[in-house]
Design a protein around this ligand. Structure first.
Ligand SMILES: C=CC1=C(C)c2cc3[nH]c(cc4nc(cc5[nH]c(cc1n2)c(C)c5CCC(=O)O)C(CCC(=O)O)=C4C)c(C)c3C=C
Ligand SMILES: [Fe+2]
Length: 425
């Protein structure tokens, strides 16, 4: 196994760099010393010494105990595609998943699948080519199966984990079928949007006789923070991701499916929840700052909990103002979502901002592609039951899409593929 994000620097960047070096000797020596691998994407003059490693040269290992793209510090760009499987043949599905798995291993290493420029004039290019020579760009591709995959079509019914059930309806939901449901979710994240899009586009191309695209969301400006990252802002202007899961203990406790799983194939996996959340931006932009603070329970510029001074101050939910009211309003977003007020429940948030231009009446069509990972979707359901009913933020948002997916553990190496344990039992 190469260097995984867990072994490299979990509390800092978590990046396994596949730098290219000037010569084979430098490459081998430096690689052996640091446990890094090279992409071989580009060559520089022999003996020129190590080249600077840019984001475009660095890669995350695809193989490992967990899929990359969960604990991986969020890259800047997301392309999320949800597929409906159109074939009813288990064998065709198996071939598609095996092809995808091999292809993702190539793409995350910065390589194409098939020739971009075949030698024969009449040959169709195997790869679409828009990421040619761009490098891995920290690409991760993470895949999950919806509850619908465990119906009668593919013989997977006996393998359905008990936790994998559709997300229930919540008060204030405004879901649309176009952004809800689906069979397979593929989350591609990268430091370059074109690299993420290239991976998704080519997977869709490969699957064109077995699966159809249900929807795609392009995300930017990660709206969550991983270990060692500064906290980004969401489109409402607030720091998002301040209190997120970062430690090994919390990943074991709240994110990774453990040895006690009812379905062994899910050990080391997780559950992905997606919510496409539209923001009523014009309404929000007309709101006064005191109300904006009360909506989140935090200040806008610092991101400090109300009553605190700094971003990482622990919120004091018991603090009272002179008039006896809570300093952090009880129906503020953080008061309702904090683990202190939810029996200790936490989730890993890994969302992205999105924009779809303008809507049919000329309003900005934008919001948060909310993505969370948890060892049981019930963790999300517990939080959203409260948020959906009482969150002051609901005046400014609409949940328009929803999905839940079982995310298997990482693949062990070449020849392993997503869903392998689910066929033929
Ligand atoms: C059900 C889970 C959650 C949904 C849906 C959700 C939507 C949502 N959140 C923001 C912005 C912020 N969220 C913040 C904190 C926060 N949010 C959730 C859960 C959901 N958010 C949790 C568990 C927490 C942490 C609470 C805590 O422990 O204090 C914050 C504050 C900064 C931070 O800690 O990240 C912001 C800002 C938006 C805009 C949104 C839907 C559009
Ligand atoms: Fe939130």
């Amino acid at each position: 196994m190469g260097v995984s994000e867990e072994t490299t620097a979990p509390e800092s960047t978590g990046i396994s760099r596949r730098a290219f070096f000037g010569g084979a000797v430098a490459s081998a020596a430096a690689g052996a010393a640091a446990g890094i691998t090279t992409t071989g994407l580009a060559s520089t003059a022999a003996n020129a010494g190590p080249a600077a490693v840019s984001a475009s040269d660095s890669a995350y290992d695809f193989y490992g105990p967990h899929q990359a793209g969960i604990r991986t510090p969020p890259q800047d760009h997301l392309v999320l595609m949800v597929f409906d499987v159109t074939t009813t043949s288990a064998a065709e599905l198996q071939v598609m998943l095996a092809k995808w798995s091999a292809a993702i291993a190539q793409y995350t290493g910065g390589l194409a699948v098939g020739a971009v420029e075949p030698e024969r004039d009449l040959a169709v290019p195997g790869d679409t080519g828009e990421a040619e020579g761009m490098g891995p760009n920290q690409l991760t591709v993470t895949l999950g199966f919806a509850p619908s995959m465990f119906d009668d079509r593919f013989g997977w019914k006996p393998h359905r984990p008990a936790a994998l059930v559709d997300i229930p309806a919540f008060a204030s939901d405004a879901l649309t079928p176009g952004y809800t449901g689906g069979d397979i979710c593929v989350q591609a994240c990268a430091s370059d949007p074109q690299v993420a899009y290239h991976a998704i586009r080519n997977l869709a191309r490969m699957a064109r006789t077995t699966a159809a695209t249900r929807y795609v969301v392009q995300g930017f400006g990660r709206a969550s923070a991983g270990a060692g990252q500064t906290t980004p802002r969401n489109l409402m202007g607030f720091k998002d991701g301040t209190r997120n899961i970062t430690t090994d203990d919390d990943f074991e406790k709240f994110v990774w499916v453990g040895d006690d799983a009812d379905q062994q194939w899910m050990i080391g996996g997780s559950y992905l929840v997606t919510r496409k959340i539209h923001m009523l931006i014009e309404t929000w932009d007309a709101d006064f700052i005191g109300d904006q603070h009360a909506v989140f329970g935090r200040t806008k510029v610092q991101g400090a909990p109300l009553g605190g001074a700094h971003e990482f101050d622990t919120p004091d939910f018991a603090a009272k103002a002179a008039d006896g009211s809570p300093v952090i309003p009880a129906t503020s977003h953080v008061a309702l979502a904090a683990h202190e007020n939810n029996g200790g429940v936490k989730i890993l948030r890994r969302g992205y901002n999105f924009t779809d231009g303008i809507d049919s009446v000329g309003r900005l069509d934008a919001g948060l592609m909310f993505i969370s990972y948890q060892k049981d979707p019930a963790q999300f359901v517990a939080l959203q039951s409260k948020l959906g009913a009482s969150d002051r933020l609901n005046e400014y948002i609409r949940h328009v899409g929803s999905g839940v997916f079982a995310v298997p553990p990482g693949l062990s190496g070449a020849g392993d593929y997503f869903g392998k344990a689910l066929f033929g039992a």
